[in-house]
Write a protein that binds this ligand. Sequence first.
Ligand code: AHR
Length: 498
Amino acid sequence: MTQRVTVVPADRIGTINPNLYGHFSEHLGTCIYEGIWVGEDSAIPNQAGIRLDVVNALRRIHPPVLRWPGGNFADDYHWQDGIGPRDRRPTRLNLWWDAVEPNQFGTHEFITFCRMIGAQPYLCGNVGSGSPRELREWVEYCNYGGDTTLTRTRAANGSPEPFGVRYWGVGNENWAAGGSFEGGDYAVEYKRFATFLQDIGKVPLTLIACGAYGSDTSWTRSFFEKYTRTPFPGVPRLHGFGVHYYCGTAGNAIEYTTDQWYQLLAAGAEIEKVVTIQRAAMDAYDPQRKIGLIIDEWGAWHPTDEAHHRAHLWQQNTMRDALIAAQTLDTFNRHADKVVMSNIAQMINVLQSMILTDGPRMLTTPTYHVYDLYQAHQGGQALRLVCEGDMISYCNKQGEDAELAQLSGSASLKGDMLTISLVNASAEAGCTVALNCVGGELIVEGAQVLASGDIHAYNSFDAPDAVKPRALAVTPVGDAIELELPAASVARIQAKLA
Ligand code: AHR
């Protein structure tokens, strides 16, 4: 049966902040060491110690922003350990991730990497075991243009010009590894830290508080209750509230039943609820919506697959992960009036990665290909998209009958180019989609689909291109177009309106 999708150009949601397509990298497993940093003496082609195969692949998807150095690692990281001559940097215990931290990749290396891939840096500060002074000095080191002991040190370390870092996180998961705070107590800390985070350079700061996990609003409410209680409303500043949400535990990364395919997609689709509930909770304290909702950690977190285990939180990435990424990015697009940034966890070799490496070898994952297709949405005007499709029945984790919408997606307009992304969640059934636009005829400029006959398909080091997008045929039918969406697929259609 034909399923119907309608774009409503007059119903504009808001501008899709390019930062919705952001990333996250932590000193965890082989994300930084091996994934990014190989050192100048490595046989792996590199520039200033940073591997070039990874840089070249990332540049193609235009990562707008990159969060670093954690994650849990951030609240036990002291940035001064990571500056100065590399052979004199201290070796520390990486408390959370069972490793020794050599501090070869620090602030300068991170900024160099961001510049190479074209991303804005987002530094996550240490609240749990750090001090307001330490974080304020990191801002001075990075952003101040005047002559101080810290800026002289920066110049001596190779950067006379300030880095101009805009995005600053005030702690990470401070309800857990970031200090085990209660929401109200963290709000007090947030205000103390943020008071000293001033615009001391040419770039104004965007300050991001640690938000809640998932749909739990108790942290959100207790944080805002206390944050809003200051003698001067809006002081200290707060620009973003960073919520985290992971889905997982339905089979493992590569072995799952058809029901587990749906269970994970349904858990991923819960992000819609997370965003809706958190933004409503924020609206109660910030009715003018000056504070952005940020999802600065999200993705599929699978149980360890012992047979293929390589490093901490290393996991393969299949078509199932690609669909999780696509339906999540579609959700963020549909909430472009509130969500201002997201950072998928994590960029390389950890959790739902863009890239996996194996010594000198590298591959891009199905999730990378979704980011490649979806980059066309960056900076567009999000438009309402109505999907009238079938429901899929499956068995949930409790053994009960459950349902999931077969079709979902989002639409945006940039200049005169419409981009429509669609997900067919069915593991087994392709579908015919009639795509139309209220008030106009769609003239298709191009259509691509990411699909495989196998719902378990992934890219391996021996077959790195097993899963990649291909052209999708579309047929004009009157003012509408028709297309055949394969089972378990993600599509991008670009069209002009006549
Ligand atoms: O992304 C892995 C970990 O997940 C992060 O370090 C932490 O913030 C979260 O719990």
